[in-house]
Ligand binder design. Structure first.
Ligand SMILES: [Zn+2]
Length: 320
């Protein structure tokens, strides 16, 4: 067993229960909020989040992994207020979310740069994982980076190598935002492997956006977990295709390589909330419990396989 840091304290890996591996509480850019969201209702937003997360707990989910890192608006004090009002475990992350450029905070500082210092991102990630985030007392439980259709740009590669080095130093698992249509999960595996990462400790995120079983099998055969983690984002891939792909993978013997989630959020400032509800009405925390699991069972996925995806695989991901 391994101790996993949650927002409210440490939980043993065996006690994580049913886990959704990729959900956001808040995706809120603080600079944008302070300048352009004059109607922001802090207490109302927190109350709505508590309601949504308690509802999720009531649907049988015990833990969410929240990969909201720098670039997505991580702000732990707000998450702490919410976590104190729900029995759902929330595990937060460290890392950088970019599809291309490195944030300016790191642009000129690093190995071989104007200010020639050890990779500052690695140092910050390790501090978040081992000591805690800022002065909150909350430790990050995993690492996050991204590679999108722009590919392995210099900024993306630098973040990914910093994430990999923090994993090597701490053993913390990794999730990578990938774009399966450009097969970028394979690019991520290549760089992570070069840095000595244990690929069984890597979720290839957003793998569920494709039905390309050969690509998915290649990722899984290299050891990684497949993040079938955007249930409800049916504009990117319809519900039936997402379900069918999981059923096909299970039939091919890959149940131990599948983890699930919605990539939903209590609040995200990328979209108008009402427009979001109209375009993707199922993109909420209830969808997997209410619609996806019954559809998987109808497709022939056993209860044992579902428990493997929800409980055993996330547990093994954290165990050293
Ligand atoms: Zn996400």
């Amino acid at each position: 067993m391994t101790s996993v840091p949650t927002v409210t304290g440490t939980v043993e890996s065996a006690e994580l229960g049913r886990v959704l591996v990729h959900e956001h509480v808040f995706v809120v850019n603080e600079e944008y909020r302070q300048n352009f969201q004059g109607d922001w209702d802090e207490e109302g937003k927190i109350a709505d989040a508590v309601r949504d997360l308690n509802e999720l707990k009531g649907l049988g989910i015990d833990t969410i992994l929240d990969p909201t890192v720098l670039g997505l608006g991580r702000y732990i004090p707000r998450i702490q207020k919410i976590a104190a009002q729900t029995d759902l475990n929330i595990v937060v992350a460290t890392g950088v979310y970019t599809y291309n450029e490195i944030p300016f905070q790191f642009h000129y500082s690093g190995p071989g740069l104007l200010f020639d210092v050890p990779e500052p991102m690695t140092e910050l990630f390790v501090k978040d994982l081992t000591e805690g985030i800022a002065d909150t007392g909350v430790r990050a439980g995993f690492l996050k980076c991204a590679i999108e259709e722009q590919g392995m740009t210099p900024g993306v590669e630098r973040v990914m190598r910093a994430v990999a080095q923090a994993h090597v130093r701490t053993g913390a698992p990794i999730t990578v935002h990938t774009n399966p249509h450009t097969r970028s999960g394979l690019e991520a595996q290549r760089v992570l492997r070069e840095e000595g990462v244990d690929l069984t400790k890597v979720v290839i995120g957003h793998s569920g956006d494709t039905t390309d079983l050969d690509y998915l099998a290649e990722l899984a055969d290299a050891g990684s977990l497949l993040g079938m983690d955007r249930f409800g984002l049916d504009v990117l891939l319809p519900f039936e295709d997402r379900v069918r792909t999981v059923v096909d993978l299970v039939e091919r013997g890959y149940a131990e390589k599948i983890v699930v989630a919605h990539d939903a959020s209590c609040f995200i400032d990328w979209f108008d909330p009402e427009a979001k509800r109209q375009v993707v009405p199922k993109w909420n925390f209830r969808h997997i419990s209410e619609d996806v699991l019954p559809a998987l069972r109808d497709g022939g996925v056993s209860d044992d396989d579902i428990e493997t995806m929800l409980v055993a695989n996330p547990r093994r991901y954290f165990e050293r």
